[in-house]
Design a protein around this ligand. Structure first.
Ligand code: GLU
Length: 292
C-alpha cells in the first residue's frame, strides 16, 4: 500500500511504549536490551532530522520492583510512592542511554489538569515546541505521583494521543504486546483476522475492541481505539504495532506493512477538551482553543 510510503516523510513523531514492552514478562524487571534498542532507534530517528517525543510507561512497575514489592500496588498512596521511585529510576536509565548516543533527553510529567487549565496547556505546548526546536527528545509520562482519579488520564495510550494533538504531531506509534487491531481477541478466537488499515475509526471497530491480554500495562484495545480516534481527529496518522522488537520503529518508518495503520482524519474545529472526559475549562469558555 502506497500509503505506508508517506510515513518516511513524517516530521513530528510521538512514540508510546507500554510497561510490557520495557520489562521481562517472567519477572517484571527492566529489559535493558529492549530499552537500549528503543533508545538507539529514537536517537537514529532524531539523527534523520525527525522531531521525536517518547511517551514511556513503567514508573509504577519499576518503582515497585525497586522496593521488592511482589503484587501490583492497589492503594493510591502506595501507587504514587512507587511512581515517584520508579519514574526517577526510569529517567536515570533513559538519560544514561540517550547520552551514549549524544542525545538530549528531557522529562515532561502531565495530568489532565495540564490540559484543562488553559494557562498550563499553553505552557506545556510552549515547552514541547521549545524542546523540539532545541533538538531534545522529551520523555513524557503521567504525573502519577500526584494524579488521582479526577485528574488522571489513567493510561498512556490516551496520554500519547493527547500529546500528539497538543503538539500537532504527524504520526503516533503505539507499541505494546499486540500486533495491531484484530476482528476479535486473537488470544481467545483463532479465527480473529488482522486489520492492516483503518480509514476511519467508527462504531464497527469499537465493537470489535476487546481487552488485551497484557497484565502489566493498562491500555486494552478499547483504550487504543479511543486514542486512535483522538489522534486521527487531531490530524495525526497512527500505527499500533508490537514492541517486542524495537527495530519495528525503523521498519514502520521505512514503510513496511506491519501493525495497523489508522489514517488521519483531521476534523474542523478540533477541540481537545471534548475528548478528555474532563470538567469544563477553568478559564473562560475555552472554546476558542482550536489547534492548527
Ligand atoms: N503512567 C503509568 C506508569 O508509568 C503507566 C500507565 C500505562 O501503562 O498506560 O506506571
Amino acid at each position: 500500500m502506497t500509503l505506508r510510503k508517506i510515513l518516511k516523510d513524517k516530521k513530528r513523531i510521538v512514540i508510546k511504549v507500554g510497561t510490557s514492552s520495557l520489562t521481562h514478562p517472567e519477572t517484571g524487571q527492566i529489559d535493558f536490551i529492549k530499552m537500549e534498542k528503543l533508545v538507539r532507534e529514537l536517537a537514529d530517528l532524531n539523527n534523520r532530522g525527525k522531531e521525536v517525543i517518547l511517551v514511556s510507561s513503567g514508573a509504577i512497575a519499576v518503582g515497585r520492583k525497586a522496593i521488592g514489592m511482589k503484587e501490583r500496588p492497589s492503594g493510591l498512596a502506595v501507587k504514587q510512592a512507587c511512581a515517584s521511585i520508579g519514574q526517577a529510576r526510569l529517567m536515570m536509565i533513559y538519560q544514561k542511554l540517550f547520552m551514549e548516543y549524544n542525545q538530549t533527553a528531557s522529562q515532561i510529567l502531565m495530568t489532565k489538569n495540564t490540559l484543562v487549565n488553559e494557562v498550563n496547556r499553553e505552557n506545556a505546548r510552549n515547552t514541547f515546541e521549545t524542546l523540539l526546536t532545541m533538538g531534545a527528545i522529551p520523555i513524557v509520562n503521567e504525573n502519577d505521583t500526584v494524579s488521582t482519579y479526577e485528574i488522571q488520564f489513567g493510561d498512556n495510550d490516551t496520554l500519547s494521543a493527547v500529546v500528539s494533538a497538543l503538539v500537532q504531531a504527524d504520526l503516533l506509534i503505539l507499541l505494546s504486546d499486540i500486533d495491531g487491531l484484530f476482528t476479535d481477541d486473537p488470544n481467545r478466537n483463532p479465527d480473529a483476522k488482522f486489520i492492516e488499515y483503518v480509514d476511519r475509526v467508527d462504531e464497527r471497530f469499537e465493537k470489535m475492541a476487546k481487552g488485551s491480554s497484557s497484565d502489566v500495562g493498562t491500555g486494552g484495545m478499547s483504550t487504543k481505539l479511543g486514542a486512535a480516534r483522538l489522534a486521527t481527529s487531531a490530524g495525526a496518522d497512527m500505527i499500533i504495532a508490537n514492541g517486542s522488537d524495537m527495530g519495528i520503529i525503523h521498519r514502520i518508518m521505512d514503510g513496511e506493512r506491519i501493525g495497523t495503520m489508522f489514517r488521519a482524519n483531521r476534523i474542523e474545529n478540533f477541540y481537545l477538551i471534548d475528548y478528555l472526559d474532563a470538567p469544563a475549562p477553568e478559564h473562560g469558555s475555552g472554546r476558542k482553543e482550536v489547534y492548527g
